[in-house]
Write a protein that binds this ligand. Structure first.
Ligand SMILES: [Zn+2]
Ligand SMILES: [Zn+2]
Length: 495
């Protein structure tokens, strides 16, 4: 069965490619397309409508009754083309010949309920059992798809070759030269160069400003000693929801009116992280006559067709509306902060989010430009500017290989009550060569008495590990063992 992945060029539209592939099927052949977000599904649905291709949307957001009727129509074979989000991966499409998955690396495709199947895994199983073609489309290379390619499981397709300026916008990073040229403002979060890019863009069309965090000031620190302001009650970071607004905790909801720095006892604080709301406020001051919309977080969504011809759209990653005529310019703000997130895959995720925004910008030939405001010498940014994020991914994979991290090791996580965790590890018969780390007590609110262990093995033996863990879980429930315990293969964010 043909199985492939295709990382698109900035100006290739995945919905057109998916619609082309579906249009090539015979009438008795079925197709299933999974996308992480409801809006992605709606975008593809529009393209299929334009082409007169009958299809059904199986959406988790619809009521159970409507969903049930849709499900029955699909089961009867009345509709052979089905689109949907994560849960639609199980849709009983008749005569299934083609499965397409858009943006496989989006964490919305990780099932949060037991047994936690990833949509990718479900689709791989269906491709094997129902003997249908499998195609992964994305705007950015994914570690997992690359590893599946290296194993020979997936063929790697390349976009049709074309002149770079016709398929991608011009991408520039704030490098030392640009910063020095500006003087003091060159070091600021919104340098003059960024304002120039916005101004130039507004002459031609809408401008997108991507900001990693929503809210006003999601992280606060002491002005004097820079100690991070934490909730005295639960230790979560305190944030500020408006100019001169009070500090409050987003975890326990507590409001801190008389905050004093625990280190130096002073009361003055400053924003350590600036969110999309405050960014919009600053841009509104700089461009007073321009329409400005904020997308994502508490502001909700901005629909694709609600983007005016000349407007600034401030959006958090993933919330960017996709106007039909694309953006004339795009700013990627706080690029270093997105790269420096405390997550195992922060750098890859940052590149994925940037490329997602870049894909919405006009080509260089149409005047499209992108400014990355971050440290231009960081490999992820340097390679993004040079349009060669695959080089960056090569290095990430090399590091992971050396450190025995996924995808070069299969990992499972055992988390639960301390005693249950310990007893499980004692009883389970793990295959030889399994590394066991922990159990280690968890930290933070609600973590009291809970522990976590991580086990890992070489990928060729992952079936043995899965069988052993499953036997362990079965034995535990046969014994009616006490305490709560969760066992999860390929856990996200384990390191
Ligand atoms: Zn202080
Ligand atoms: Zn709190």
């Amino acid at each position: 069965m043909p199985r492939a992945s295709l990382t698109l060029d900035a100006n290739d539209t995945w919905t057109e490619i998916a619609a082309d592939a579906i249009g090539d099927l015979d009438t008795e052949q079925g197709a299933l397309v999974i996308a992480p977000d409801q809006r992605d599904v709606a975008r593809l649905s529009r393209v299929l409508d334009e082409r007169g291709i009958a299809h059904e949307i199986l959406a988790g957001t619809e009521g159970p009754e409507k969903r049930y009727r849709t499900f029955r129509r699909i089961l009867r074979g009345a509709t052979r083309v089905v689109l949907g989000n994560r849960s639609a991966a199980f849709a009983p499409v008749q005569g299934l010949a083609l499965v397409i998955c858009w943006d496989e690396a989006d964490d919305l495709l990780e099932e949060p309920r037991s047994p936690y199947p990833h949509t990718r895994t479900v689709l791989q199983c269906r491709s094997a059992e129902e003997r249908c073609a499998l195609l992964f489309l994305s705007a950015s290379d994914s570690v997992t798809l690359r590893a599946l390619g290296d194993l020979g499981y997936l063929a790697r397709l390349e976009p049709l070759p074309g002149p770079v300026t016709a398929v991608r916008p011009r991408i520039v990073a704030m490098d030392e030269y640009l910063r020095e040229r500006e003087g003091a403002s060159g070091r600021s979060r919104l340098p003059q160069e960024a304002m120039r890019v916005i101004r130039r863009g507004l002459e031609k069309g809408p401008v997108l400003v991507q900001v990693p965090r929503s809210g006003y000031a999601p992280a606060i620190a002491c002005t004097f000693c820079r100690t991070r302001a934490q909730c005295p009650h639960c230790s979560a970071p305190l944030s500020q929801s408006g100019r001169n607004g009070p500090l409050h905790c987003r975890v326990c909801g507590r409001r801190e009116d008389g905050y004093r720095c625990p280190e130096c006892d002073r009361t003055q604080v400053r924003a350590m992280v600036i969110g999309s709301t405050r960014t919009a406020e600053e841009l509104h001051r700089a461009f007073p006559g321009t329409t400005l919309k904020v997308a994502g977080g508490a502001h909700g969504a901005v629909e694709d067709d609600a983007v005016p011809d000349q407007a600034i759209i401030v959006a958090t990653p993933g919330a960017e509306p996709a106007p039909p005529g694309r953006y004339a310019a795009c700013l990627l703000l706080d690029a270093d902060a997105l790269l420096g997130r405390a997550a195992f895959d922060a750098d890859i995720e940052a590149v994925r989010r940037w490329r997602g925004a870049i894909a919405l910008v006009r080509s260089a030939d149409e005047g499209g430009e992108v400014l990355v405001v971050g440290t231009s010498t960081l490999p992820a940014i340097r390679d993004l500017v040079a349009h060669r994020s695959t080089f960056f991914l090569d290095r990430v994979l090399e590091d992971r290989r050396e450190l025995d991290l996924p995808p070069f090791r299969r990992v499972a996580e055992i988390v639960g009550d301390r005693e249950a965790c310990r007893a499980f590890l004692e009883a389970v018969e793990l295959p030889d060569g399994t590394d066991v780390f922990g159990p280690v007590d968890l930290e933070g609110p609600d973590a009291a008495g809970r522990a976590r262990a991580v086990v890992r093995i070489e990928p060729a033996r992952s079936r043995e590990l899965a069988v052993a863990l499953r036997a362990g879980v079965a034995a535990r429930s046969a014994r009616k063992a006490r305490g709560s315990l969760r066992v999860r293969l390929d856990p996200p964010d384990v390191f």
